[in-house]
Ligand binder design. Sequence first.
Ligand code: THG
Length: 369
Amino acid sequence: MKNYSIAKSRRIRSSPYTSRIERQGVTAYTVYNHMLLPAAFGSIEDSCDHLKKDVQVWDVAAERQVEISGVDAAKLVQLMTCRDLSKSKIGRCYYCPIIDDDGNLVNDPVILKIADDKWWISIADSDVIFFAKGLASGNNFRVKIFEPNVDIIAIQGPKSFSLMEKVFGKKITELKFFGFDYYEFKGVKHLIARSGWSKQGGFEIYVENTQSGLDLYDHFFEIGKEFNLKPGCPNLIERIESGLLSYGNDFDNNDNPFECGFEKYVNLDSEVQFLGKQKLKEIKAAGIKRKLMGIYIETDKISLTKSLKIKDDKGNFIGELRSACYSPHFKKVIGIAMINEPYCKPLATGVIEIEGNSLSVKVCDLPFI
Ligand code: THG
């Protein structure tokens, strides 16, 4: 059957950790922000179990930073997101939808306030840097915008706290969710946040000093045995069960934040100005006609390469499946789907055709767990 690989080149960037994860047995990559992002180390079912029990180190350097600094930095960052950042604090991370003029989504980054005039936008898979540069230029903002040399390693799983304590000391365990601070490893300071793309707990190390990051990576595996540390990566099963959304998969620039369940990050009542604000007010007033929902499918195998149509029992289109996996926990396929009114509510049912078989679909709320 299939026998090919991704042709490597400068355009598909590797990370400082690529040679290490290849020695450690990475078996699949995806491309994210024009960079290799590991997608599997063998069975994703086994990795999901391990992530829920122990601890993993992930090369998530593909979560690139857009650094915005200068006197108008805060103004530009606020212009890009519908989340009110007027009361934001240095040392905190904010999950922020980035919105365009039409009120549609451009990205869903984590934004770090490093200083009043210095921000990192930790982006999902779209070219936010050009959007930022266009806005800065059009508004004559005095800012510097570039992609700094930052490569994140994530430490995820319930034993991440013990592993991190062993390396950085007791005070790292006092870091609050979505807070960040600076911690030393062998004389080098690293920005570390309590965050990460799993719901199993953990940290993200924003490595600027590449050599120290590589030493740290190796150090984790030297001392990690007692925590059953393994290499890992964002896990398709865990993230779908947890309802962690993926830009480009579950939603894209044709969807608005209300359709994607982001209403708690949409602040339309404050004074702050951002792109698409009027549009979002109109969309909210009119009410949405579809919504991202969970679905269960009565089958035990799926591999999506594009969205699949979901129909009602008369064959009318009612939505599309955008991500899916077999969940060992539910013992069936679960997925994230954009479902039309009036089917976008728990217990609604539908039908999906997969490889010639008509399978029944049941709608549920997100997250699954
Ligand atoms: N970490 C960092 N950068 C990232 C990601 C990350 N960039 C790309 C991608 N992931 C962005 N998408 C998300 C999606 C969800 C979350 C973080 C980034 C997330 N959500 C929490 C939740 O849903 O429970 C908390 C959000 C909140 O309420 O503040 O963590 O993973 N650096």
